[in-house]
Ligand binder design. Sequence first.
Ligand SMILES: *Cc1c(COP(=O)(O)O)cnc(C)c1O
Length: 421
Amino acid sequence: MFEATLDFAKAQDQQDELRDFRARFYFPQHEGRDVYYFCGNSLGLQPRGVAEALMREVEHWRRYGVEGHFEGEMPWFHYHKFLQEQSAAIVGAQPDEVVVMNTLTTNLHLMMVSFYRPSGKRYKVLMEAGAFPSDQYAVESQVRWHGYQPDDAIVEVAPRPGEETLRTEDIVEAIERHGDELALVLFGGVNYYTGQFFDLEAITAAAHRVGAHAGFDLAHAAGNVLLRLHDWNVDFAVWCSYKYLNSGPGGPSGVFVHERWADRPDLPRFAGWWGHDESVRFLMQKGFRPMRGAAGWQLSNAQVFAMAPHKVSLDIFVEAGMERLRAKSVRLTGYLEWLIHRLNEEQDRFRIITPAEPQARGCQLSITTGHMGRKLYEYLIANGVVCDWREPNVVRVAPVPLYNSFEDVWHLARLLGAFSS
Ligand SMILES: *Cc1c(COP(=O)(O)O)cnc(C)c1O
């Protein structure tokens, strides 16, 4: 199915129907050529058109001043809505279930205000061991804020001894075991360290069976894997847009709240004027009345200068289509994995801790190499590869289907093969 030659990689690129999207991104340069960029899981590349989109808003402000809220093709009053349908398509939601606002950790807190409602015996949060630190701190501080101790109120599910990733059956078993103590099951979509893509549908179903809410941090999943948040019955999800979604540093976050919570104004929340019924927002009256759906969690008016680049990238995603992107991604990452296995036949030194089944991972592979991880990372950087290093011992590489090529992957494997530890 695969071959290890550069000619084969180039032929794959020729046949790739998404190959032209690469030219729509700016690549940093290394010794006069594009770097081999495998860091889209951390910060996506800049799409062409971002500067123009930003300048349009700067110009809009210059021309209209405050009237910019209501003038022009994309009046700021409605700006978040220009990102809504594309975001919904990416995470498998109905448009009303999604809103773009704030930043990721902020939104995680806002969602926990509504969906982590400990009472009586039911006060625990179940999450994956080794979750991204921001999520750990957010949960720790939430349980303390409700008067509980993290050691008691946070239940972590860890891999079995000798294993690197979690088995769905173990996650489900843990949910069932803690049953009516659980107020919330909060998982990553794709774990940032191992690259494991969890079975969100099974986790959600298990959480609901025991009467807990199910929420997900999709920072590493949105724009990476196929998601069907609505059909999976997920209660809420949050994600950032600067990783796979290429919106630039500090880009805004997306929020999903399932339709079945759309008409529940009684659901406790921290409110602000932008979540208030927009038809009467400017009457400036007392008595918060939330907008229907996810929009009812907004606090503030749209961060237009952060959303303009995000819209550019979202439009590219819609054009490429998540299904096509995912199909290419499975093959592209599969090629890298195949090439690494082949290198290991000569000398067994690269261990991939990411699951081997395509449905249990996104595009990222996490590689360890004995105690030489840090050295391998430095060697790759010196040779024009952009990837990253995560403590304690992993090099993460993410071939992104929008702008990475089979040729990029081939060069990465060539460099791995030439690494001498
Ligand atoms: C990247 C990432 C974050 C970052 O949070 P910000 O609030 O955007 O700084 C949080 N959680 C996870 C799982 C991440 O991967």
